[in-house]
Design a protein around this ligand. Structure first.
Ligand SMILES: Nc1ncnc2c1ncn2[C@@H]1O[C@H](COP(=O)(O)OP(=O)(O)O)[C@@H](O)[C@H]1O
Ligand SMILES: [Mg+2]
Length: 274
């Protein structure tokens, strides 16, 4: 892989699991031997950066080494500076992973339209769905694409024309509950219809689990086996969920693979639910 592969987590809405998913994907890739740099563009909340700070604290406190990406927070206010930061990090990383704020933001757009893999997590709710497209009140049929979907559509066209790169836009259905079969079916139908019109593919994300909320203070992730203590029980299924998620991202192989603990082979069973 000549140049770093850019993975952007974006969705102009908060609380959909961008940061949580980004942290888990980043750590999973590092655990596989990839050189990963995370850029936190959400300089108000800095969830990803703070998560990783907590992780470093845990390493110090427990005197352990955990797979951890390079992390930087972007605090400037001009695109040229962001570009410089990207160019600098690109030199010695296989993946650049961007976490973005849950609002309309020019820097988030900048990286989204230049991404290779664009991940938009949505919760199974028509409130989140509204960000990509509007549905009819009676039939739940898709009426029109949202501004955001149009933006990505245009960016992809421009990119394909300019440099032949196609942005792999992935809508990740996140925080799924087992309890909501009817809503899930309606959502799934709407998402599938919309995916054809807007040109994204859908994958399943993480299920709704308390553990994702509990891990933040220690900065640990599900894959930090052996360090989770009491949290570790019954999370075999959750780890499998994460493995499938990373596999479904269909990321390119990377040059600097080390023969580390192959926890999450990139070729793990790919489950694309669209
Ligand atoms: N799969 C999940 N299960 C349970 N809670 C989750 C899950 N994903 C995220 N959360 C919680 O939801 C909240 C928002 O998640 P976060 O990753 O910060 O979203 P965003 O970055 O899109 O705003 C946080 O409290 C987080 O701990
Ligand atoms: Mg966030």
């Amino acid at each position: 892989m000549a140049k770093a592969h850019h993975i952007v987590f974006a969705n102009e809405k908060g609380g959909t699991g961008k940061s949580t998913t980004a942290v888990h994907v980043a750590v999973a890739l590092v655990a596989r031997g990839a050189r990963v740099a995370c850029l936190d563009l959400d300089n108000r909340q800095r969830t990803l950066a703070r998560y990783m700070e907590n992780r470093r604290e845990t390493m110090k406190r427990r005197d352990i080494i955990l797979p951890t990406p390079t992390v930087e927070t972007f605090r400037d206010d001009n695109l040229a500076r962001l570009d410089q930061m990207v160019n600098r990090l690109e030199k010695d990383h296989d993946f650049l992973l961007f976490d973005t704020p849950g609002r309309d933001d020019k820097f988030a757009r900048f990286v989204a339209t230049r991404s290779h893999t664009l991940v938009t997590p949505i919760n199974d709710s028509f409130v989140d769905f509204d960000l990509i497209g509007q549905v009819d009140a009676e039939t739940y049929k898709v009426k029109r694409l949202s501004f955001y979907a149009e933006l990505i559509w245009d960016a992809r066209k421009a990119r394909a024309k300019a440099d032949g790169v196609s942005i792999d836009w992935i809508v990740l259905r996140n925080r799924l509950h087992n309890m909501e079969a009817r809503n899930q079916r309606r959502m799934l139908e709407a998402v599938e219809e919309l995916s054809k019109r807007a040109g994204f593919r859908t994958i399943s994300g993480l299920n709704e689990r308390v553990i994702y909320r509990e891990l933040f203070p220690s900065g640990l992730t599900l894959i930090d086996k052996g360090h989770l203590g009491g949290l570790a029980t019954a999370h075999v299924v959750a780890r499998q969920e994460l493995r499938e998620l990373v596999g479904a991202l269909n990321l390119p192989d990377f040059a600097h693979r080390e023969s580390q603990d192959m926890l999450l082979p990139l070729s793990a069973s790919v489950q694309v639910s669209a």
